[in-house]
Structures are given as structure tokens and as C-alpha cells.
Ligand binder design. Structure first.
Ligand SMILES: Nc1ncnc2c1ncn2[C@@H]1O[C@H](COP(=O)(O)OP(=O)(O)OP(=O)(O)O)[C@@H](O)[C@H]1O
Ligand SMILES: [Mg+2]
Length: 210
């Protein structure tokens, strides 16, 4: 299975999602390959820390830039799950990744500026679907405010409903310090002490492959 984590906006939490799903699937006993297709190398640097610290289970990591679909298809024959982290912009990596992916997770923060990028994103998705009709596209709200008095999360869900190409996931990732704390340790939140973050990632892992 090839899982592409994308968005046209920077800093929404794509690398965080990719890393944490990789750890969760590896803990379930799957062979996981994380593909870092962003020259910022967030996932690759996290992976280097994980290897240096000797954390188990191991996750494989490959860096690949430019046209990536052939590489993804090859990796999918060798790994159970290939998770692809791309840059927060409309890039060649994101577009060619969509040609090979089984599922695209579009990550958005519940802010108007992020949600405004969805119009262009859904056009790019429509083009990819002409060539890869089997592509499943899910929307993930991330970094949602955990204060229940703030209604941004529900507003974002309503906004996603305007884009029928992007089916919203039930799982929402909240803004939690644990997501920031684990990265430098080469860990995922499922290996950390915050049960809420752990539950979110486990729910997400189950939902995206359902
Ligand atoms: N749910 C969350 N709660 C708290 N902090 C988060 C959460 N998700 C991401 N962050 C933090 O927000 C910042 C941006 O996250 P991340 O690097 O995953 O985003 P990105 O979409 O991959 O960015 P880029 O577009 O630059 O690749 C990081 O400092 C990360 O630790
Ligand atoms: Mg990133």
C-alpha cells in the first residue's frame, strides 16, 4: 500500500503524520518504508535520529526527489506499507506521487488560509485521478485547538464538505506538545507518554487503511 501525505500548505503537520504512522504500522509488525520526497529532509533527519538511538522497531527510509512514481511502485513490491512525505507546495513529487498512490491524505489545519488552498488541490487531484482512477483521497484536520470552546474544527469539516473529491477522515489530530517532543528523539507518539496523542494516531492508522 502506498500512502501519500500531501498538502499545498507548509507546516500543516505532514511530516508529523508520516513519521507517526510509520512507527504505528511498524509496531503492528508491518514492513514500513518511509519515503522522504521533500528536500527539507524532516522525515530523513527523524529517521537518522531513530537509527542512532537504536529504537525498535526499525523503519526503512529512502530519499527520492523529482519524479517518484516508479520508485514508489518498486518499493510497494518490497514493503507492506510505503509512506511518502512531500513538501508543502504543489510539487513534482506530490503530482507524480499521486500517480502511484493508493491513498492520498490531504492534511489541513482548521484555518481559513489553509482551507483556501483546497480548491487548487482538488483540481490537481482530479487530474491525477484521470491517470490513477483508483486513488482514494481523504482529508485530515490536524493541529486542531484542543479547547472545546473553539469551533474551528467543526468549521473545517463543513468546509471540507465543499470538496467532494476529498473525503474527511473521522480522526482529527489535536495540537499537542507530544507531537513536537517525540521528533527529536526519533520516536513516534505511540511510543510516548501521552495517551491521547497515541490514541489519535492509532485511530488514524486504522482509518486510512480501512
Ligand atoms: N498535532 C500537532 N500538535 C502540535 N504540534 C504539531 C502537530 N503537528 C505538527 N506539529 C508541529 O508543527 C510544526 C510543523 O509540522 P510538520 O513539520 O509535520 O509540518 P509539515 O506539513 O511537514 O511542514 P512542511 O510543509 O514544512 O514540510 C512542527 O514543529 C511540528 O512539530
Ligand atoms: Mg514536512
Amino acid at each position: 500500500m502506498i500512502l501519500l501525505i500531501g498538502s499545498q500548505k507548509g507546516g500543516v503537520g505532514k511530516s508529523t503524520v508520516a513519521i507517526n504512522l510509520a512507527v504505528e504500522y511498524a509496531r503492528q509488525g508491518r514492513d514500513v518504508c518511509l519515503v522522504d520526497a521533500d528536500a527539507q529532509r524532516s522525515a530523513a533527519r527523524w529517521h537518522a535520529d531513530r537509527e542512532e538511538q537504536g529504537h525498535q522497531p526499525a523503519v526503512a527510509c529512502v530519499e527520492k526527489f523529482g519524479t517518484i512514481h516508479q520508485t514508489l511502485t518498486d518499493l510497494a513490491t518490497r514493503y507492506d506499507i510505503v509512506i511518502v512525505d512531500v513538501a508543502g507546495k504543489d510539487s513534482r513529487e506530490m503530482r507524480t506521487g499521486m500517480l502511484a498512490a493508493d491513498t492520498l491524505v490531504v492534511v489541513v489545519r482548521p484555518s481559513q488560509l489553509d482551507l483556501d488552498t483546497l480548491g487548487h488541490m482538488s483540481e490537481v487531484i482530479e487530474q491525477a485521478k484521470d491517470l490513477n482512477p483508483g486513488l482514494t483521497v481523504r482529508g485530515l484536520i490536524a493541529q486542531a485547538p484542543s479547547n472545546p470552546a473553539i469551533s474551528e474544527r467543526t468549521d473545517a469539516r463543513e468546509y471540507l464538505a465543499d470538496y467532494p473529491t476529498i473525503k474527511p477522515l473521522e480522526t482529527v489530530l489535536y495540537e499537542r506538545k507530544a507531537y513536537r517532543d517525540v521528533v527529536g528523539e526519533g520516536l513516534g507518539v505511540v511510543e510516548w507518554s501521552n495517551p491521547k496523542a497515541k490514541a489519535e494516531i492509532q485511530e488514524l492508522a486504522a482509518e486510512v487503511q480501512a
